[in-house]
Design a protein around this ligand. Structure first.
Ligand SMILES: NC(=O)c1ccc[n+]([C@@H]2O[C@H](COP(=O)([O-])OP(=O)(O)OC[C@H]3O[C@@H](n4cnc5c(N)ncnc54)[C@H](OP(=O)(O)O)[C@@H]3O)[C@@H](O)[C@H]2O)c1
Length: 266
């Protein structure tokens, strides 16, 4: 059976490492045409050179999600590469490890600029092209932190919760144009996300937390994700026991609140 991703033009942000990199390899193997974005061009080139699918149609498009003024040109370039974008995977993001009352407001803003405003703006600018073609699939890499909150991640959880609000509304608006929206909520995946997380003063944590160390490998995560994206599921949870609080929050929020105060959340 032919892959649902074959010959689809898929634009992945945050493709220079971790989940985005694993998505690039898996989708290349499935015959997709890829546009890979992140800030670090050399890392995008590395990912492109490590891809060895039969259909090595891979374009590199570096940009900064926080640099909103560049996005109009970035989207025009993305659409121009293959003449369309069938699927946008909004995956680029940064995490946080700092107490809410200690984290500087400019650090909160930086996390919101990348995870929320940058992601929303790229989507907004691409949507007219999808609406015109009456076809598209927008994917958003949220987190289980988009469904509940724990210590040390106030701005990160806020940015991911905000994505759910914005993209749930968008789904209601664009269904009529045959455009689907999928929100993905990973648990721990073993990437550099905690190393790159911002501390209260805005410096990088540069340490991998215990949860991350024990997390799923990115390629395993992507193996679980792609069949769900092929079915265009609206909300997707993938992870170990850290996914359980999503359901506890829904049915037993008081119990979850007490439990989370007692568990380690590094
Ligand atoms: N790993 C997990 O356990 C986990 C769990 C839940 C959700 N997530 C989410 O999964 C997504 C991918 O994270 P990951 O785990 O793969 O971590 P990662 O390895 O740190 O990857 C983050 C990616 O985002 C890009 N990025 C960061 N800031 C950017 C900016 N200002 N502009 C453009 N690109 C930027 C990075 O590339 P450059 O540095 O080259 O720009 C990198 O490619 C994130 O949205 C994260 O919140 C991860």
């Amino acid at each position: 059976m032919s892959s649902p991703f074959k010959d689809r033009v898929i634009w992945i942000t945050g493709a220079s490492s971790g989940i985005g990199e694993a998505l690039a390899y898996a989708l290349d193997q499935k015959g997709a045409k890829l546009i890979l974005s992140a800030r670090r061009e050399t890392e995008l080139e590395r990912v492109r050179s490590h891809s060895n699918g039969q259909n090595s149609d891979i374009e590199i498009l570096p940009f900064d999600l926080a640099d909103i003024t560049s996005h109009e040109e970035v989207v025009t370039n993305a659409v121009g590469r293959f003449g369309k974008v069938d699927m946008l995977i909004n995956n680029g993001g940064i995490s946080q490890r700092g107490l809410a009352h200690e984290t500087r407001l400019d650090v909160v803003r930086q996390i919101m600029e990348v995870n929320f405003f940058g992601t929303v703006n790229i989507t907004k600018r691409l949507l007219p092209f999808m609406i015109e073609r009456k076809s598209g699939h927008i994917v958003v890499m949220s987190s289980v932190m988009g469904k509940f909150g724990t210590r040390l991640r106030s701005a990160y959880a806020a940015s991911k919760h905000a994505l759910h609000g914005w993209y749930d509304c968008l789904r209601q608006e664009v269904g009529v144009h045959n455009i689907d929206v999928s929100l993905v909520c990973p648990g721990y995946v073993k990437t550099n996300v905690t190393l790159n997380a911002l501390r209260a003063d805005g410096t990088q944590l540069n340490r991998m937390g215990a949860g991350q160390m024990a997390g799923m490998e990115p390629d395993q995560f992507v193996d679980k994700l792609l069949p769900k994206l092929a079915k265009r599921k609206k909300e997707i949870y993938i992870g170990g026991r850290e996914v359980i609080p999503v359901y506890l929050k829904r049915f037993f929020p008081g119990l979850l609140d007490g439990l989370l105060k007692r568990v380690s959340v590094t």
